[in-house]
Design a protein around this ligand. Structure first.
Ligand SMILES: Cc1cc2nc3c(=O)[nH]c(=O)nc-3n(C[C@H](O)[C@H](O)[C@H](O)COP(=O)(O)OP(=O)(O)OC[C@H]3O[C@@H](n4cnc5c(N)ncnc54)[C@H](O)[C@@H]3O)c2cc1C
Length: 391
């Protein structure tokens, strides 16, 4: 009888953002011994990115969590480094440091790459929102900036922060007795259309209450700094600043044939990348058109379960069924928004001033949220949960 201990199935997860961490934690939960999981990522810290929109208004910095501790405490290895190229036939990942990591299954969770769609506007960089916007907010407070236009680019993006920044700027201006003209221009037919009719109506009402002019279904170009041309209405908006979001593109991975448009990866409902055995993808890197943390986490769970099944674990598969969860900061009370999607189309719409899900985090990634809560208890210097989203 062969008494050689069986080598556990090895899963390599590339990326330590929402999708990578949720997938690693899910694998640990459903296959604690059968799968040995390693996360390959350069990150020291996981940043609670959605909360960074509050920084220019003098609120606490977005929380940061130590990635290596988070992973090793959960029994997951952290290989510090970045993927350079993938030899999917040999099942080997090559890093930029010249290290080769073998695997049985790999999950690509590298996120998306930001692209400056409107180079003449100020494009939000999630890593430095505070530095980019604090001076503008101060000038709005002082009354020296009186016209601002927020433009949501066409194509893939994260639209929520544009609404939040516009609403928070308007609220701060009104607190200071100022009345700047703030306009939000979006290609969406209605505000935050992905959350469905009821949610869009509530967001439109919040914009109107804040005296923000909404220009929806717009084909916009930023022709010069401070000049937005609305092509389909033959109209120009003039502003002191035009603020926009990056358009998102797929990162592409050397060695992996393109499967989706613009560098995104086409996957099935369990995250399998087409025609590449053992290769999975989840999160903003995929060709699913809605880019959102909750979507990334749901895709990650589907992929993790499929990987566990490949390792021989009896685990029910949970194919990805898209539901978007959002908490809109900026109105007097935050709005909790949720919609079930078919494709990218909402087929339900909920909106509430009280949480609709638990734990009620801005990014609906239940395992990650629970794991991060432990780090607050371990004595982080950052605000304790539950924090007030409106404070
Ligand atoms: C300002 C802002 C506000 C947002 N607000 C919300 C919100 O309220 N709700 C919500 O649900 N979503 C929100 N989002 C969107 C959300 O943050 C993303 O959809 C989500 O982070 C996507 O997860 P991901 O794991 O696919 O990618 P990411 O979280 O971007 O993670 C990608 C990971 O891959 C790593 N990586 C990249 N290249 C390599 C490489 N070559 N090798 C190894 N690792 C690599 C990165 O270091 C990182 O760890 C917001 C985004 C921004 C910018």
């Amino acid at each position: 009888m062969d008494t050689t201990p069986q080598r556990p199935y090895s899963a390599l997860i590339v990326g330590a953002g929402v999708a990578g961490l949720e997938a690693a934690l899910c694998l640990r939960e459903v296959a604690p011994t059968a799968v040995a999981t390693t996360v390959l990522a350069p990150d020291d810290a996981y940043v609670d990115r959605p909360m960074s929109v509050r920084e220019p208004f003098g609120r606490a910095r977005a929380s940061r969590f130590p990635v290596t501790d988070l992973l090793t405490d959960a029994g997951i290895a952290h290989a510090r480094g970045a993927l350079r190229w993938l030899d999917h036939r040999a099942r080997q990942a090559h890093t930029t440091d010249g290290v080769t990591l073998g695997y049985d299954a790999i999950l690509l969770a590298l996120g998306a790459r930001p692209y400056h769609r409107f180079p003449r506007a100020l494009t939000i960089d999630p890593r430095r929102i505070d530095a980019q916007l604090r001076g503008i907010v101060a000038d709005v407070e002082a009354g020296s900036i009186t016209r601002l236009v927020f433009v949501i680019p066409p194509g893939r993006t994260w639209p929520l922060p544009a609404y939040e920044l516009a609403l928070m700027t308007a609220a701060r201006a009104h607190e200071m007795g100022m009345a700047p003209q703030i306009t939000l221009v979006t290609p969406e037919p209605v505000p935050l259309a992905v959350f469905g009719e009821a949610a869009s109506a509530a967001v439109a009402a919040a914009l109107a209450d804040a005296e923000i002019t909404l220009v929806s279904a717009a084909v916009a170009h930023v022709r010069a700094p401070g000049q937005v041309h609305i092509e389909d209405r033959a109209r120009d908006l003039i502003a002191d600043y035009v603020i926009t979001l990056p358009e998102l593109r797929g990162p592409g991975v050397a060695g992996v044939p393109a499967t989706g448009l613009r560098g995104f990866m086409a996957t099935d409902a369990s995250g399998r990348v087409r025609h590449l055995p053992g290769v999975f993808a989840a999160g903003d890197i995929t060709s699913f058109p809605v880019k959102q943390g909750g979507i990334a986490a749901a895709q990650a769970e589907a992929a993790a379960r499929a990987i566990a099944a490949l390792a021989g674990v009896e685990v029910p598969e949970a194919p990805f069924e898209p539901v978007v969860h959002g908490i809109l900061l900026g109105p007097v009370r935050p709005l909790y928004l949720r919609a079930r999607l078919i494709g990218a189309w909402p087929v339900s719409s909920e909106v509430s001033e009280v949480p609709l899900w638990d734990p009620a985090d801005k990014i609906h990634a239940p395992r990650l949220t629970r794991a991060l809560a432990g780090y607050h208890r371990l004595g982080s210097d950052l605000p304790l949960r539950p924090f007030s989203l409106s404070s």
